[in-house]
Design a protein. Structure first.
Length: 265
């Protein structure tokens, strides 16, 4: 009865049945279906300032100069919770990553802090992201914070150029962008870059969703807007459903019970 619900301090009959149903802006799913990418914002869904605080103590990327990075392998469980799967290296085959410092090798990174992963807004973000892409329980999700700092012009992709990440589902969210000129995200229909589809400059809180198996992407060189000061640009990358056989072999080795794209248990 409605009167019974009032003892909880609110009327539960008026609460949304699914709190994640309207997490993303209207039209995101339609854009993904129609053009294989969508641009939106997280807005008040996350405490952006708090998330930005986790960029300050990122360790240096041991494989890429002037980049800082942490990562974690996550999964949705059968109760729609978010679980941390444990350590597993990144592994991108040369077909998906042209950079000499990264292609065809195992890359090990420091884990994301538990204080970050246990935040309610982080867990809600991961759950809503998995819902958007229809990621099923026990499918590995790679969640990263990485970015660049510097004083002189640099390539944030460190040689990857126009590329794909070797997965079906990929989203990029900008956390910080200080004293930056350049760093524009570009989408292409082909790896050669002869058919550019979009060109955009993401600001903190912007999220770019894209079907990585349908498109190619790149980021422009970054320089300091004010040359006398340093710059930084940090992002969240979250992706799943890997089509890179190299990464899937490593995932199977570390997470034997995981559900992998195109394979059973």
């Amino acid at each position: 009865m409605k009167l019974d619900t009032l003892k909880y301090g609110f009327d539960r009959t008026t609460m949304p049945i699914d709190p994640l149903a309207d997490y993303w802006s209207p039209g995101v799913s339609e854009d993904l279906s129609r053009q294989h990418w969508a641009l939106t914002r997280v807005g008040s869904r996350v405490d952006l300032e708090a998330w930005q605080g986790f960029t300050t103590d990122l360790p240096r990327d041991p494989y890429v100069n002037q980049r800082w990075k942490r990562m974690a392998w996550l999964a949705i469980d059968d109760q729609n919770g978010v679980q941390t799967l444990g350590p597993c290296p990144m592994a991108q085959g040369g077909a998906f990553n042209d950079a000499e410092s990264m292609a065809d090798r195992l890359r090990y990174y420091a884990p994301l802090q538990e204080a970050f992963l246990q935040r309610p807004d982080v867990r809600a973000f991961v759950r809503a992201w998995a819902r958007l892409w229809n990621i099923q329980p026990n499918e590995p999700i790679l969640f990263q914070i990485n970015g660049v700092r510097g004083e002189t012009a640099l390539d944030p992709l460190q040689g990857q150029g126009i590329h794909a990440d070797g997965c079906n589902a990929l989203s990029i969210m900008v956390l910080t962008r200080h004293n930056v000129t350049g760093g524009r995200n570009r989408l292409y229909a082909d790896k050669a870059g002869t058919r550019q589809l979009a060109d955009m400059s993401l600001t903190p809180g912007d999220v770019l969703h894209l079907r990585d198996d349908k498109l190619f992407h790149s980021v422009d060189t970054i320089t300091a807007e004010e040359p006398s000061a340093s710059f930084e640009r940090f992002i969240i990358i979250i992706n799943s459903r890997f089509v890179d056989p190299f990464q899937n072999r490593i995932l199977r080795r570390h997470f034997p019970e995981a559900i992998l794209h195109g394979a059973g248990r």
